[in-house]
Design a binder for this molecule. Structure first.
Ligand code: SF4
Length: 479
């Protein structure tokens, strides 16, 4: 341990500055600047190297956080990336996109702000790519076994990388025209620039993973046909079915699911021609949903030149500070209000949408909203609080209900659990032998760090199924 008193000398938690709002609204680049190396080392030095590091347990991947904090404090970036890659295939994804449950678990957070674990993580991987320390790791030998991974989000990519490195011949199928799933088309560039994804895919291609974009399993190739072609199949198709808002006026033009909007925006930013693109330019935008996807819509709408942006959240306003009775770091303090919220717009809490109103020509013009209250355990609009707000683009960002079921049920006969996720046993295997499921398709909507952890774990189970044994790590079990 380089400095046992680091947390006493550096009491302030410092993150790198965010670029000025006026500048960042003019482009799609990431919001944070790089942290100056001296400050980064001081921040890493705040880690107390706890005997029982709760940060480690707070991370589904079991990231070796105290170890790489110490290495960064001592200026050992190359060793730090080795320790980081030991548990995490894609630290550039978690370092930009994860809400960092490790920081909520940080012991220092009891009486000081938590260690800037996520910032240290992204700095390690940035430094590693800059210095050419991220190299392909092709397998030493090939097993002759084949695996199809369906879905190229974080769970599918993690499974594919682990299985390729174990010597299996792996093909990743993606129905979209580019690889990356939610990371490619669901996440705006200002949260994670796509070159991060592309440089990782280049590593995977060099290792031997094969990618098949623009192929929809279930339509272009039937699931049962895929099962016949490969020795094992991993279903990592996510939980893309969005929650709807079935109130009067839902069918009006101008009311869209958030993912439809974000996908089109990401394609346009990538330089694609997007006919009849849904755009916020000069529109009064209402985003319904107070989570990360809602924040992504807000930031995107501002960059497209929205006339106004209103965010309706069904929940209560989160407290700004910790209470005496709950000294641990809480979501709002550690997860922080998204950068998108400081770029403008208005947030309304406990806001319930009663009705979408038309302009008379079939297009949404206003929302009727009301305050929410609980009656017999159900959320209902409070009488007498209704009012109208202008809206000519409404984005529904209320989360996802689960995976698409039809083709999996029809072609493979897979059952689903009571939450609508693909049913699986304690080894991630479905009722169809040799067909496994990982990530949101099996767990339900969750964090990116859980998806990567599930991808690593399912790879271990597939490897054991194919080879009778495995040395791959399995950080999590199915719930
Ligand atoms: Fe360091 Fe916090 Fe982890 Fe303790 S819990 S080892 S202080 S990061």
């Amino acid at each position: 341990m380089a400095d046992p008193k680091g947390f006493l000398k550096t009491r302030e938690r410092e993150l790198p500055p965010r670029r000025p709002v006026s500048l960042r609204l003019m482009d799609w680049k990431e919001v944070y600047e790089q942290q100056e190396s001296g400050e980064l080392r001081r921040q890493a030095g705040r880690c107390m190297q706890c005997g029982i590091p709760f940060c480690h347990q707070g991370c589904p991947l079991g990231n070796l956080i105290p170890e790489w904090n110490d290495l960064i404090h001592r200026g050992e970036g190359r060793l730090a990336i080795e320790r980081l890659h030991a548990t995490n295939n894609f630290p550039e994804f978690t370092g930009t996109l994860c809400p960092a449950p490790c920081e909520s678990s940080c012991v220092l957070g009891i009486n000081q702000p938590a260690v800037t674990i996520k910032q240290v993580e992204i700095s390690i991987i940035d430094q590693a790519f800059e210095n050419g320390w991220v190299q392909p790791h092709p397998p030493q030998r090939l097993t002759g076994k084949t695996v199809a991974v369906v879905g190229s989000g974080p769970a599918g990519l993690a499974a594919a990388q682990q299985l390729t490195r174990a010597g299996h011949t792996v093909a990743v199928y993606e129905r979209d025209d580019r690889i990356g799933g939610l990371i490619r088309y669901g996440i705006p560039e200002f949260k994670m620039e796509k070159h991060r994804l592309d440089q990782r895919l280049n590593q995977m291609i060099a290792e031997g993973t094969r990618f098949r974009a623009g192929v929809e399993i279930g339509r272009d190739i039937a699931w049962d046909e895929l099962r016949r072609r490969y020795d094992a199949v991993v279903v990592a198709t996510g939980a893309p079915v969005p929650r709807d808002l079935p109130v009067p006026g839902r069918d009006l033009e101008g009311v869209h699911y958030a993912m439809e909007y974000l996908t089109q925006s990401n394609k346009a930013v990538a330089g694609d021609d997007v006919p009849a693109q849904i755009t916020a330019e000069d529109r009064h935008v209402v985003v319904i949903g107070g989570g990360d996807t809602g924040a992504d819509c807000i930031g995107t709408a501002h960059r497209q030149g929205a006339a106004s942006v209103t965010n309706l959240a069904i929940g209560k306003q989160p407290p700004a500070t910790r209470s005496d009775s709950q000294p641990w770091p809480m979501m709002p303090t550690v997860f922080e209000v998204s950068s998108a919220h400081e770029e403008g717009g208005r947030r309304e809490y406990l806001a319930s949408t009663v009705e979408f109103l038309s302009d008379g020509a079939g297009r949404v013009k206003q929302l009727r909203v009301a305050e929410t209250e609980y009656v017999d355990g159900k959320r209902v609009p409070r009488a007498g609080t209704e009012r109208l707000i202008p809206a000519d683009l409404v984005l529904l960002a209320m989360g996802f209900s689960g995976p698409e079921q039809d083709e999996l049920a029809d072609q493979l006969g897979l059952p689903f659990d009571e939450r609508g996720n693909v049913a699986r046993d304690g080894r991630f295997e479905t009722s169809e032998p040799g067909v496994f499921v990982a990530g949101d398709a099996g767990r339900g909507q969750s964090l990116i760090v859980w998806a990567i952890a599930e991808g690593r774990s399912v790879a271990a189970e597939v490897d054991a199924y194919l080879e009778g044994r495995t040395e791959l790590p399995a950080p999590v079990r199915p719930t």
